[in-house]
Design a protein around this ligand. Structure first.
Ligand code: NDP
Length: 258
């Protein structure tokens, strides 16, 4: 067998355009950074302009931003149209924007519940539908949903969050099946404990909680946002060309250690 000297090309995102929701900070920012390093052009979104501006300054010339609240469903199709006409066709969509809320189930109001579902699930479907309809014309695309271990395990006080992420996991399988004939792959990444603002808020800087989380993590340390970034590069590159409908845990072994 001849060894292929173009090994790095299978991980390359050269010539691709990626749209990452919630890309101004945390995991989304590192997904953008990793994808740019792999050769892609990136558009990040978020609700606030200042962090997006700062992020794009740091990410360089291949990064762009659009201010957009994913829960504004009347703006979804316009967002995709704007990106495709000003920057180019979206080859990769990463549904990353998300919110959490820790409360005992009986204290969660209907409004609380709906807010989490709207942000983490309904908006994910709306944007995916808008982007996938364009990808279908081009017969090519990769869609990645950022899920969570909360979809798999009963973690106390995250009832709405767990419901939203379980919904995402179900959606991945249906969409992967429906979109496969159009050469569009749909996968999830299920992060474990990743050091971001969301994790800090969830742990409330409480050393006991941090230690409990670490004890549940066989690798013995929390993940970095770039750990998710490189997994996203893999799932959007040619190196994962035959993977669809999968959920990839990136969790230091949480999913075997619970
Ligand atoms: P952060 O809170 O650090 O970042 C969330 C990002 O989403 C921010 O950039 C925020 O920007 C954006 N965002 C939130 N709401 C909206 C909205 N309505 N419209 C547009 N953008 C929005 O969280 P993480 O980086 O930790 O989380 C990213 C994803 O990873 C989430 O889906 C989360 O559920 C998932 N995850 C994280 C884990 C962790 O341990 N950190 C574990 C498992 C899953 P802005 O506020 O400016 O809009």
């Amino acid at each position: 067998m001849q060894l292929d000297s173009s090994f790095s090309k299978v991980f390359s995102l050269e010539g691709k355009i990626g749209l990452i929701t919630g890309g101004g900070s945390g995991i989304g920012f590192d997904i953008a950074k990793c994808m740019i390093q792999a050769g892609a052009k990136i558009v990040i979104t978020g609700r606030r302009e200042d962090p997006l501006k700062e992020a794009v300054n740091e990410l360089g010339a291949n990064a762009h931003y659009v201010v957009n609240d994913v829960t504004d469903l009347t703006a979804t199709e316009g967002l995709v149209e704007k990106i495709e006409t000003t920057i180019g066709p979206v080859d990769i969509l990463v549904n990353n924007a998300g919110i959490n809320m820790k409360k005992p189930a009986l204290e969660v109001t209907n409004d609380d519940f709906n807010r989490i579902i709207q942000t983490n699930l309904t908006s994910v479907f709306a944007l995916t539908r808008a982007v996938a309809s364009k990808m279908m014309n081009r017969k090519s695309g990769s869609i990645i949903m950022i899920s969570s271990m909360a979809a798999y395990y009963g973690i106390d006080r995250v009832v709405a969050y767990a419901a939203s992420k379980s919904g995402v996991e179900g959606m991945v399988k249906v969409l992967a099946s429906e979109f496969s004939p159009h050469n569009i792959r749909v996968n999830a990444i299920a992060p474990g404990f990743i050091e971001t603002n969301m994790m800090k808020t969830a742990m409330n800087s409480d050393p006991d909680r941090m230690n409990r989380a670490l004890r549940r993590t066989p690798m013995g340390h929390f993940g970095k946002p770039s750990d998710i970034g490189w997994a996203a590069v893999f799932l959007s590159s040619e190196s994962s060309a035959y993977i669809t409908g999968a959920s990839l845990p990136v969790d230091g072994g949480n999913s075997i250690g619970f």
